[in-house]
Design a protein around this ligand. Structure first.
Ligand code: SF4
Ligand code: SF4
Length: 382
């Protein structure tokens, strides 16, 4: 049964998916997607590009369908028929206009020696080129815990997940098996990723596309939770904040990982976690290509997370995804609420402070978008 037949057969037309969706309201959208996927009608690119791939529609659907799978299939069909545009190729490591290549021309990028280690840490492109604090903090914690680790970073190891989400599976096909081999070669028993997109690629997509992995795959929040349980890390410095944890969509609804980051936060002296469950979690506005296709909408959605945090009386938002970090930092430039990556926050509690230059990072990434994408407009933050 193809995806349209299955959706049409199971959907009870309750409208819950559109009720929770932050991007679409048109009740005809499911019918338009059926028609486009079956080849009986066309669809506007806007109907495909607006999706954040946040998965809220899937979580809300009583039949576990939602709109996201239809939109993802339609994106792949669109790319097959129309080719990729420069807003999609910016995440293809082999493309001329790759965003991270451009950033590497403008900024210093950390390099790590190739070496063996029982743990391989995979910071992903967002951590390597944009939110370097994620890498610095994670590496500082691995050192502190006395772990035998190596770092696998750089465009040649891009996991390919973001490009696949834009409808281009080329990079995942080209890099997937090579990445698996490199991790095996280093003798790793555990792979840790910072970005939820990389986590999903290794944990879910690679085993389906290639072969079962002979190493365990953990997102950094899961590994930090483990290190705290094993008492390899001890947060001794009190961080007296009321904290809002922002659940990254691809980690939570995408992979079902909700609790470990919360466990970490609850172990930090002085910290009060305000949202102890995932209830009310929502997208930061970054995903599904929204940051580059609709920059102002993207940042405006991120601002909603500040409203949610303020409603709970929080002074700090902690998250653990490169895209969420970038969007929350950009949306919060003039906010009093501080943003932290989970590893950065735990490192601080363990006595390691990582310096950050948020304005420089945001200016750099906007300059890179402007060079890589025709007619890119910086988000309107007014
Ligand atoms: S994934 Fe998110 S943005 Fe896309 S259709 Fe579903 S709820 Fe809407
Ligand atoms: S929530 Fe699920 S069952 Fe209800 S209309 Fe949407 S896809 Fe159909």
């Amino acid at each position: 049964m193809n995806i349209v037949e299955e959706h049409r057969g199971k959907c009870i037309r309750c409208g819950q998916c559109l009720e929770v969706c932050p991007r679409y309201e048109d009740p005809d959208l499911p019918g338009q997607l059926y028609g486009y996927l079956e080849g009986s009608s066309n669809i506007s690119p806007d109907s495909l590009l607006r999706c954040l791939t946040c998965g809220l529609c899937v979580s809300a659907c009583p039949e576990n369908l939602g709109l996201k799978p239809l939109i993802s299939s339609a994106r792949r069909k669109w790319v097959n028929e129309n080719g990729l545009n420069d807003r999609q190729t910016i995440v293809d490591p082999e493309a001329e206009n790759n965003l991270f290549k451009k950033i590497a021309e403008m900024d210093e990028i950390p390099e790590f020696a190739k070496r063996a280690g029982s743990v391989v840490y995979f910071p992903g492109c967002a951590g390597t080129y944009i939110n370097k604090v994620m890498v610095q903090a994670s590496v500082a914690l691995l050192e502190k815990a006395g772990i035998d680790y190596s770092v696998l970073s750089g465009l040649e190891y891009c996991c390919g997940a973001v490009s696949a989400g834009a409808g281009n599976p080329g990079p995942i096909l080209r890099h997937g098996q090579k990445n698996i081999e490199e991790i095996r070669k280093r003798g790793a028993k555990i792979l840790i990723t910072s970005c939820p997109g990389c986590f999903k690629a290794f944990k879910d997509t690679y085993p389906r596309m290639f072969s079962n992995l002979d190493f365990e795959v953990l997102q950094v929040s899961q590994y930090l939770d483990l290190l705290l349980k094993e008492k390899k890390l001890t947060p001794e410095n009190a961080l007296k904040y009321r904290v809002f944890y922002h659940d990254p969509c691809h980690l939570t609804r995408g992979m079902g990982v909700y609790t470990e980051a919360r466990n970490v936060l609850e172990k930090i002296p002085g910290t009060m976690l305000a949202n102890k469950t995932q209830e009310g979690s929502a997208c930061c506005g970054f995903g599904g290509g929204t940051r580059v296709n609709y920059p102002s909408d993207s940042i405006s959605i991120a601002s909603d997370r500040f409203r949610a945090a303020k409603k709970l009386g929080c002074e700090v938002i902690v998250t653990n995804c490169g895209g969420c970090m970038q969007n929350l930092i950009e949306a919060g430039m003039d906010e009093k609420i501080k943003i932290f990556d989970i590893a950065e926050y735990l490192a601080l509690a363990c006595g390691v402070k990582i310096e950050r230059e948020d304005r420089k990072m945001i200016e750099l990434v906007n300059r890179a978008y402007s060079s890589c994408v025709s007619a890119y407009k910086k988000p309107d933050l007014s």
